[in-house]
Design a protein around this ligand. Structure first.
Ligand code: PLP
Length: 367
């Protein structure tokens, strides 16, 4: 198969062409793309006032081709797999990695294999992997078991492992940090981001540091990472045997990029803390109803974190500093992937007769 660099994506050029000079690619790397990256950075309308910072933006990574930021790293990992003549890709996944791997593999004529921890995948994500023709193996264990097995298989067979332990994934994901700086002209003061396997927080930090060193930014943000209370190994300092959370994308007990994430936290003067499922669902509802942004629960974790952080810093000496801060929340994935959670919140559907009077009455309109 040949890859025609100019015609593959006439509108969105993709991560490989846009940031190729900062990625580990060469003349032999095919410039594949599904139009990933170049996602919107939108200003908050209501939550900004609630938390009281100077400016708040949402980086809408849900607008990537498969509905999550995973596409940024996957496009690099799959391009490198093609370059090294792999015939198949393999990943362990609670969903978005498999959706992304399946899409890019389908586009490039590779087989895709997905190890899914039993009972741990949202319906929308499973639908994506199925639609793209991936071979899905339901592993009777948790995510950490699935990843361990995927690593072993890739060591012993000519199959490219495309989990975030694949270094090309983080390289691709760092481009989101570049885009934020390119869009607002400098790095924000604070970056709020959900933390699961901890690859993304590490990748953003790498991107911000790289732009700072290249003098494309005058500062680096404090990295504010958020785990779910029932899956908060970095907060408690020890792996979680049985991670639990409504936010399946961050339901991870032993993060692959644990040390990198701690380094990002410490070098940036940031924090990694936990939010409860209740706080996550409250932020999820606020985003949808006050900002018009329908994300998945894992993404809402960082907004829950922002609301919590703002409450705590309000009285303390950090309050003034925070009021002067520019903040970006990374909205990692789309709400449509996990409709069960949305419907579970308030399924207030009302039955009406097919008559205009009945509709008017239900809408509270006088006649
Ligand atoms: C993968 C994912 C995360 C967690 O990112 P890590 O790199 O594993 O920390 C958060 N939200 C969504 C929607 C994801 O798909």
């Amino acid at each position: 198969m040949s890859y025609r660099a100019e015609t593959e994506t006439p509108s969105h050029s993709g991560v490989l062409r846009r940031y190729g000079d900062r990625l580990p690619i060469g003349l032999e790397t095919p410039l594949i793309s599904l139009g990933e990256g170049d996602t919107p950075l939108v200003r908050s309308r209501r939550i900004e006032g609630r938390v009281g910072c100077r400016e708040l933006y949402f980086k809408l990574e849900m607008c990537n081709p498969t509905g999550s930021f995973k596409d940024r790293g996957m496009v690099v990992a799959v391009a490198k797999a093609l370059e090294s003549d792999a015939k198949a890709v393999l990943c362990a996944s609670t969903g978005n990695t498999s959706a992304s791997a399946a899409a890019y593999a389908a586009r490039c004529g590779l087989d895709a294999y997905v190890l899914v921890p039993h009972g741990n995948i949202a319906q929308g994500k499973l639908a994506q992997a199925v639609a793209h023709g991936a071979r899905i193996l339901d592993v009777r264990g948790n995510f950490d078991d699935s990843l361990r097995l995927a690593r072993r298989i890739s060591e012993q067979h000519p199959v490219a492992l495309v989990n975030s332990v694949n270094p090309h994934r983080l390289e691709g994901q760092k481009t989101a940090a570049f885009e934020i700086v390119d869009a607002i002209g400098d790095a924000p003061d604070l970056l709020f981001i959900p933390v699961g396997n901890a690859g993304n927080i590490s990748a953003y930090w790498r991107g911000f540091v790289e732009y700072y060193r290249a003098e494309l930014a005058t500062k680096k943000p404090r990295m504010m990472g958020w785990q779910a209370e029932g899956a908060a190994p970095i907060v408690t300092g020890k792996p979680v045997e049985n991670p639990q959370s409504v936010a399946s994308a961050i339901r991870i007990g032993n993060p692959a990029s644990w040390l990198l994430a701690e380094a990002a936290r410490d070098e940036s003067g940031g924090e990694i803390n936990a939010v409860s499922d209740y706080e996550i669902l409250e932020a999820y509802r606020l985003l949808a109803q006050e900002e018009g942004i329908f994300c998945e629960p894992a993404s809402a974790a960082c907004v829950a974190g922002l609301l919590k952080y703002a409450r705590h810093s309000a009285g303390a000496t950090g309050g003034r500093l925070f009021a002067d801060s520019s903040v970006v929340c990374v909205i990692t994935g789309h709400g449509l992937k996990d409709p069960e959670t949305a419907l579970g919140i308030e399924s207030e559907m009302q039955e009406v007769e097919p008559r205009i009077e009945a509709i008017e009455e239900a809408m509270g309109l006088a006649r």
